[in-house]
Design a binder for this molecule. Structure first.
Ligand code: HEM
Length: 164
């Protein structure tokens, strides 16, 4: 007998449902890859190949609650928000777990306003973004400087050419 209970639809793409962890466990292959993150179920089959951390780590988490593995890597807020399109339903309430640091696309935005990140890995991720912006700005400044220098050189050549 199926353990799936259909609930009123809130998505046009697929009817969200309640799943037991046992039901999720059946979808643990690269061709049919489901995972639980923070009591929500995601079908990440089509995402796996694009995962910046590689496919293998995702295949290892197929069909199981991957929240802790996800948290251990201290994924960025961008990574959390990427989950949204793959949401297919909720874990049945009686199987809900408590997470020390719940992050999901629905609550993420609100929580990010009040909870400062203390994870060193996340701090490093944010620092990388700041460094990238700095390098971009430096590149623009250098290019402008180079353009001015070239123009000055060109003008000085003209003077040299026409002076008696
Ligand atoms: C399916 C949902 C997942 C999404 C949307 C996702 C997304 C991402 C993104 C965007 C990154 C780049 C770094 C960042 O922005 O945080 C990343 C890196 C990574 N992810 Fe995931 N990830 C997922 C699940 C997992 C899981 C379950 C693991 C299990 C261990 C994992 C392991 C890693 C690793 C090892 C990296 C590389 C970190 C690095 O080299 O800095 N990811 N992931």
């Amino acid at each position: 007998m199926s353990s799936i209970t259909t609930v009123p639809s809130i998505s046009k793409k697929v009817s969200p449902r309640f799943y037991t962890p046992a039901e999720v466990k059946k979808h643990d292959t690269p061709e049919d890859l489901w995972m639980i993150f923070y009591n929500k179920v995601y079908d990440v089959t089509s995402f796996a190949a694009d995962h910046p951390g590689g496919v293998e780590v995702l295949f290892d988490c197929g069909g199981v609650d991957a929240s802790e593995a996800f948290e251990d890597v201290a994924h960025s807020d961008d990574a959390v928000n990427m989950l949204a399109p793959y949401f297919i339903g909720d874990v049945v309430p009686e199987e809900h777990r408590k997470y020390a640091n719940e992050r999901n696309p629905v609550t993420q935005y609100m929580k990010s306003k009040v909870i400062p990140s203390s994870s060193p890995r996340r701090k490093r991720n944010n620092k990388k973004k700041v460094d990238k912006v700095f390098v971009e700005k430096l590149t623009v400044v250098l290019l402008v400087f180079l353009a001015v220098l070239s123009f000055a050189f060109y003008v000085s050549l003209q003077k040299f050419k026409w002076s008696p």
